[in-house]
Design a binder for this molecule. Structure first.
Ligand code: BT5
Length: 238
């Protein structure tokens, strides 16, 4: 059972849970109407508004630390399934961006707290739902369900769908079922594409079971990449 907890305004649902996870149980979903300091990876900012979904799932599972990265990919598969109910051309840009018609509709930020064992995993999800205007710096690369479909959506219904879908995938994940990786492969925006990642231009061959990308570089060397920021070849010039 997932317990939903609501806040009107927070700086960031992830940051709040990082400081307060001890006060909340496993499977809490912390939902915030307005996020004033939402962020992504590497301190980048995440633009939030009351028209959109900002939430964090708190999990306290008995899993190994090396299984955490896959959970981020699993969440990408979950959000893909939810968004795909409303619109077409939904792709997953490894590891944690969901794109519609090549523009970002959702981002995921997974953060974990562990010492010798995992204390908490916090999966932050931002989904652009009813927004029609973005700040200039992201206007050309962001989209929302409303912009794609010209309809308004009830945020609460999408949140409920997200939780139900998340739980279906998560129960399988806990049993080591890696089926979600096939979704990430099937709807990947990067497999079989030239990309730039970590200052290198590479061709993406696959997503491995450990969640890493399998790539081939310009001199034909095949290697695994477990982190990095991807730019697709059609988004940059050599
Ligand atoms: C992400 O980071 O995409 C993860 C976003 C996670 C947001 C959720 S909201 C609830 C929870 N609380 C938080 O504070 N965070 C989580 P990253 O891959 O680093 O991408 C960040 C980049 O996405 C920015 O530098 C912008 O270019 C772009 N961006 C920012 N806001 C956006 C938006 N609303 N829609 C589309 N793109 C956006």
């Amino acid at each position: 059972m997932y317990k939903k907890v609501y806040f009107d305004t927070l700086s960031s649902t992830n940051t709040y849970l990082k400081h307060n996870y001890k006060n909340y149980s496993d499977n809490t979903v912390l939902i915030c109407k307005e996020q004033t300091g939402g962020h992504g990876r590497l301190g980048r900012s995440w633009v939030s508004s009351t028209d959109n979904i900002s939430l964090s799932l708190l999990l306290k599972p008995f899993i190994k630390i090396n299984q955490i990265a896959r959970l981020s990919l699993m969440t990408s598969a979950v959000i893909h399934e939810v968004i795909n109910k409303y619109t077409d051309n939904v792709l997953i840009k490894w590891p944690n961006d969901i794109l519609v018609n090549k523009k970002k509709v959702s981002g995921i930020l997974l953060e974990s707290i562990y010492s010798d064992k995992i204390e908490a995993i916090i999966i932050g999800v931002g989904i652009n739902v009813n927004t029609t205007v973005f700040p200039d710096e992201i206007a050309s690369k962001a989209t929302s369900l409303k912009l794609e479909t010209d309809k308004d959506y009830d945020l609460e219904s999408i949140i409920d769908e997200l939780i139900t879908t998340f739980d279906r995938y998560y129960q399988k994940y806990l049993l080591d079922d890696l089926e979600f990786l096939n979704i990430c492969r099937k709807y990947s925006s990067v497999i079989n594409k030239m990309i730039r990642i970590n200052d290198e231009e590479v061709f993406v061959l696959d997503i491995l079971d450990n969640g890493s990308l399998l790539v081939k570089n310009e001199v034909g060397l095949v290697k695994e990449i477990s982190y990095g920021e991807i730019t697709l070849k059609d988004e940059y010039k050599r």
